[in-house]
Write a protein that binds this ligand. Structure first.
Ligand SMILES: C[S@@+](CC[C@H](N)C(=O)[O-])C[C@H]1O[C@@H](n2cnc3c(N)ncnc32)[C@H](O)[C@@H]1O
Length: 263
């Protein structure tokens, strides 16, 4: 089939699923007119994956996050708009302050948070991640975006030696038993290591509440993404070691972020 016909063919496919149609349109929109046979084979494979329910970012191998192209693989979570909002808030704070905070991106995944913040500010940023597969992707994203980030393979703070002025984290926060209730596109495709927050979903916030102070400078701050129904419990966990605890809502008016300062 000629390329133009191929493009029209895919555009006009009688697919009921609006999202799938949108994803197919996105996938084919930037293809060159003189598509090679390699590209045709790749396109067929990608369309098959989309039709089987694979999220677009995994099919394409990348997504956009703030001003960054971020590679993803099946071993990294797909960066979410809420996490972009977290970074936006942090960046606004940095811009309005005279300070040049040293930053740790804890539970870095694809590295989206650290990469976006380093790219926008040129601040000192380290990234912690436990998964070797994710670390490969973080390194690819560092190179792709021309940023400078030290990557530390560590189980939370275990191998973290330095102190930071700001720790940002979007840790796994889904209750283990709830993972099976998530949308298929999440539970069947995204890594459970990135989702599983233990029996009550709070495993990683407990570690942050108890250990982050050892890795924060005086008046050091934390900026966390949280599950929409976890704010009260996480605030309670933080109260012993943190002050000025602020809960902030996301685009859907759900409690989604917590900011706090070390006592
Ligand atoms: C919810 S994902 C967030 C990824 C990325 N920061 C984002 O916002 O898209 C959580 C990440 O924490 C990592 N992780 C899980 N357990 C960890 C641990 N014990 N220590 C460090 N990282 C861990 C997972 O591999 C995953 O990449």
């Amino acid at each position: 089939m000629e390329y133009k016909n191929l493009k029209n063919y895919f555009k006009n496919l009688s697919i009921d699923n609006k999202n799938l149609k949108r994803d197919i349109t996105f996938l084919i929109k930037d293809l060159p007119e003189d598509i090679s046979s390699y590209q045709k084979t790749k396109l067929k494979k990608q369309l098959k994956e989309l039709i089987q329910g694979t999220p677009l970012a995994y099919v394409m191998g990348y997504t956009e996050f703030l001003n960054c192209k971020i590679f993803v693989s099946s071993k990294t979570l797909i960066p979410r708009p809420e996490t972009e909002l977290l970074c936006d808030m942090v960046l606004n704070n940095i811009k309005t302050s005279q300070e040049r905070p040293k930053i740790l991106d804890l539970c870095s995944g694809s590295g989206c948070v650290g990469v976006a913040i380093q790219k926008a500010t040129n601040l000192s940023v380290d990234a912690v991640e436990i998964s070797d597969d994710a670390i490969k992707i973080i390194k690819k994203n560092i190179k792709q975006n021309g940023v400078k980030i030290k990557v530390i393979k560590s189980d939370m703070f275990e191998k973290v030696a330095k102190k930071y002025d700001l720790i940002i984290s979007n840790p796994p926060y889904i209750k283990k038993a709830d993972i099976k209730t998530l949308d298929n596109s999440v539970k069947d495709f995204e890594p459970h290591l990135a989702l599983d927050g233990g029996d009550d979903g709070l495993k990683f916030y407990r570690i942050i509440a108890n250990e982050a102070t050892n890795h924060l400078t005086k008046n050091g701050k934390i900026a966390l993404e949280i599950g929409y129904n976890q704010a009260k419990q996480i605030k309670k966990l933080l109260e012993k070691n943190f002050k000025d605890i602020k809960i902030v809502k996301d685009y859907f008016k759900l409690d989604r972020f917590i900011f706090a300062t070390r006592r």
